[in-house]
Design a protein around this ligand. Structure first.
Ligand code: ATP
Length: 210
């Protein structure tokens, strides 16, 4: 569960957020739509704990915690930032680098996301050499290894063809049924109309309507 209230943040002279408030209950998909520069990605970065707001409240799982939280996964807008290793397969295992887990469990989780995202033929490729859509699939696979309770997605359908969009919709529906709170930034209004429980329109650093 996520609750944010009256978030303000500015970068130098630019007021990126001027009072964003929003709730994402467990088991719901809430989307943020709005023009370039409206403040959508900035809102996600505050929720993920990457940046701190100048003022306002962020309640994650009912608590005012700050910073990294293993229950939160964030698909950033430029997914290149998520890749750390020389091959797609090593990169998936990279997710477990700082986590104590039996090797068999790591392998099982990795194999599951490989199958889910059809990554079999891409495992030996360098993540940066993939096409836009392939890169997006590898990134979604890595993010979902976290098995999060709060999932933040910045333009998740970017580059995905129709079949993988449907695949993504199915995965989101399952996470939603499992009670995961999902906050998605998107410019894909068809996807939003088909799968979101609520849509918030961000305009000029605030939620203009929901
Ligand atoms: P888009 O749809 O293009 O992704 P957005 O709604 O996600 O846009 P943000 O990326 O949150 O918008 O940007 C909001 C404002 O803050 C913009 O004016 C942007 O230029 C500015 N901004 C964002 N990050 C930074 C930063 N690190 N330093 C300076 N300005 C920034």
């Amino acid at each position: 569960m996520l609750e944010i209230k009256d978030l303000h943040v500015s970068y130098g002279g630019i007021q990126a957020l001027r009072g964003v408030s929003l709730n994402v209950p467990d088991g719901k998909i809430v989307t943020l739509i709005g023009a370039n520069g409206a403040g959508k990605s900035t809102a996600l970065s505050l929720i993920a704990g990457e940046n701190a707001p100048q003022s306002g409240k962020i309640l994650r799982f009912g608590a005012h915690t700050r910073g990294y939280d293993a229950r939160i996964a964030w698909l950033v807008q430029d997914v290149r930032a998520l890749f750390m290793k020389q091959t797609v397969e090593d990169d998936l295992f990279d997710f477990f680098d700082d986590k104590k887990m039996p090797d068999a469990e790591k392998r099982a989780r990795v194999d599951r996301v490989i199958r889910l995202w059809g990554l079999e033929a891409l495992l030996d490729r360098h993540p940066y050499d993939l096409s836009g859509g392939e890169m997006q699939r590898a990134a979604l696979a890595k993010v979902l290894l976290a098995e999060p309770r709060l999932l933040l997605l910045d333009e998740p359908t970017k580059g995905l063809d129709a079949a993988f969009k449907t695949q993504l919709a199915g995965i989101l529906a399952k996470l939603r049924a499992d009670g995961v709170a999902i906050l998605m930034v998107t410019h894909d209004l068809d996807f939003c109309a088909a799968y979101a429980d609520r849509v918030a329109l961000v305009f000029d650093g605030a939620v203009a309507s929901e």
